[in-house]
Design a protein around this ligand. Structure first.
Ligand SMILES: [Fe+2]
Ligand SMILES: [Fe+2]
Length: 340
């Protein structure tokens, strides 16, 4: 039977139920802050988007949107699945499990948002079905899905993290979903949305994306905070080899996302090139590495001025709501990237 005693370390197997005294108030605060971010899909108005799609988008931009919608159709469901199957059972802190419950709700709202988007944008039932089948049929999307599934499967057989190797595998899964999937695949998708917004297009999609962006930024912060706790409790789990594995994983993610960009932009979208997109991906990947205290691997500058505002927004949200956690974070060994 699982132990209900407070565990030594957050990854020790068991079912800790003790909320007083509270051992990890940082996760409880994140849970409470998450509730303040509640939004509903019904608040998003897609009306002007429909006019844009019919009258203002070029055929190349329509192709971009079709591919993006096809990615969005299944992306958040994959993240939810990993959360339930691989994260919740191993993070042995009732405070952190509260946050994960909140995150699961937010992912469900994201799934509903993208479903509603698809229903609005794509009227033909066969085309809607094709969007959900994209993970198998469209090579640039199946490559990203395969990457997610590989990492999801990597710890699915593990019921208890009893060895050092298990715990490192757990860390890699957690970091993959935060840094590469939520933190890179989704951030690339946001960049396309904000590029179109900068041209005055698809304001409904951009409005909903603002909320998804804020939610995802919090999901990343939570995951990186778990990493920080694990590292402080079990410093020997983290070594140069693990860092190399993380860098390799990010390279793989950037490659998969670049292939997606080649497909999305294959019609030739004025003002957006695959080269710029790859540079942006390198910039984002270096941000994630920096957040983990790892040296940059891509050395890219952000080529997208239309994303500057988003970085400021991310920072503002972060500081408004996370001041105390940030202060304790800088004392630990995980560095906080100055450009974040
Ligand atoms: Fe999400
Ligand atoms: Fe998320």
């Amino acid at each position: 039977m699982s132990s209900v005693q407070a565990p030594e370390a957050i990854l020790d197997p068991g079912l800790c139920l003790t909320l007083r005294p509270m051992r990890y108030p940082v996760f409880y605060d994140m849970f409470r802050d998450g509730i303040k971010n509640t939004w509903t899909v019904e608040e998003v108005d897609f009306q002007t988007d429909l006019t844009d799609l019919k009258q203002r988008l070029s055929p190349a931009e329509v192709h971009l949107i079709q591919r993006l919608v096809a990615f969005f159709a299944t992306g958040d469901s994959i993240v939810s699945n990993n959360l339930v199957l691989n994260l919740y059972k191993h993070v042995n802190s009732p405070e952190a499990r509260l946050y994960l419950s909140r995150q699961l709700f937010e992912e469900a709202v994201h799934v509903q948002f993208y479903l509603t988007l698809l229903d609005n944008y794509v009227t033909d039932p066969d085309e809607r079905a094709a969007a959900f089948a994209a993970v198998e049929n469209i090579p640039s999307i199946s490559k990203k899905a395969d990457f997610c599934m590989k990492w999801m499967d990597s710890i699915q057989e593990l019921d208890h993290l009893t060895t050092r190797d298990h715990r490192r595998q757990f860390l890699l899964n957690l970091i993959c979903f935060a840094a590469c999937i939520e933190g890179l695949f989704f951030f690339a998708a946001f960049a396309y949305v904000y590029f179109l917004r900068s041209k005055g297009l698809l304001h409904g999609l951009a409005a909903g994306t603002n909320w998804v962006f804020r939610d995802e930024s919090c999901h990343l912060e939570f995951a990186f905070e778990v990493v920080k706790v694990v590292r402080s409790q079990e410093p020997d789990l983290w070594d140069a080899e693990l860092e190399r594995e993380i860098v390799t994983m990010l390279h793989e993610a950037v490659d998969a996302e670049t292939q997606f960009a080649e497909d999305l932009l294959s019609g030739g979208v004025a003002g957006l090139s695959v080269r710029d997109m790859r540079q942006y991906l390198g910039y984002v990947a270096d941000q994630r590495l920096g957040r983990l205290g790892i040296a940059p691997a891509f050395h890219s500058k952000n080529p997208f001025s239309f994303m500057d505002l988003q970085d400021v927004q991310e920072l503002t949200n972060f500081f408004e709501r996370r001041v105390s956690a940030y202060q304790s974070a800088v004392q630990g060994e995980v560095g906080f990237h100055e450009d974040f």
